[in-house]
Design a protein. Sequence first.
Length: 278
Amino acid sequence: MKRHRVSPVRVGLIVLIAAINIFPFLWMLSNSFNTEKGIFSTSVQLIPDLLFTSRMFENYLTVITEFNFGRYTMNSIFVASMSSLGQLIVCSMAGFTFAKMKFKGKNLIFALVIFTLMVPNEVAIIPEYYLMMRLGWLDTYLPLIVPSFLIGAMGTFLLKEFFEQVPDELFDAGIIDGANSWVMYRSIYLPQGIATMATLFIIAFMNNWNDLLRPILYLSKNSLMTVTQALTQFQGQYEAKWNLLLTGSVLSILPLIAMFIFTQRYIIDNSMNSGIKG
């Protein structure tokens, strides 16, 4: 077999793009080992002033102990996990329904669901806040979790496209065997869509983890704050504690990095396998 040679130009371009994308994180990580004075130093410092000293992890200890960042991280993990689980349940059911079931107005309803992708969150946030207030859900996690159990346009579209690729012969065979729609959804289609659903879970988890608008609107108790909301503690009206803000930012993305490392194979499987697994 003829081997494919990788062009040096292509490799260099990939390395350049990767370096541009990773530089902000490396800069943030480096400055998390700096004092506030070191961050704004006019002289060029290749090595942060706290690195390899007895005070090396001073910023991290301050953020974790004095600002209770561990509690905020657990709050974010709970909210993001429950919201993502809601997306998986509802979007997989909706995707299966739109892909394999026949009923009047299916195309119109699906078009309306996709249309919601074009509606900015800022447009719907005022009536949403009024609804949550009337329900008495302020200062609870319900406004951050329950909407994810209603509908997710992107997840519905993603799973509908996948389920449409599953051969109809499986659906017909299930009907012949006497299986109802719920049994076919649970026993045939869900196992086939594990990689796609894992990809959706990661995307939904990241979106909910990084959400700032809704936690600020709905949560005022300090014990309920999420990570993104907690980062605002380091920003005042006239100044910001940049060393602590950057340290908190590093801590806030570590769970996302860990999740990507352990689930990246599902993303690869989803991107490479567009058909049904035998």
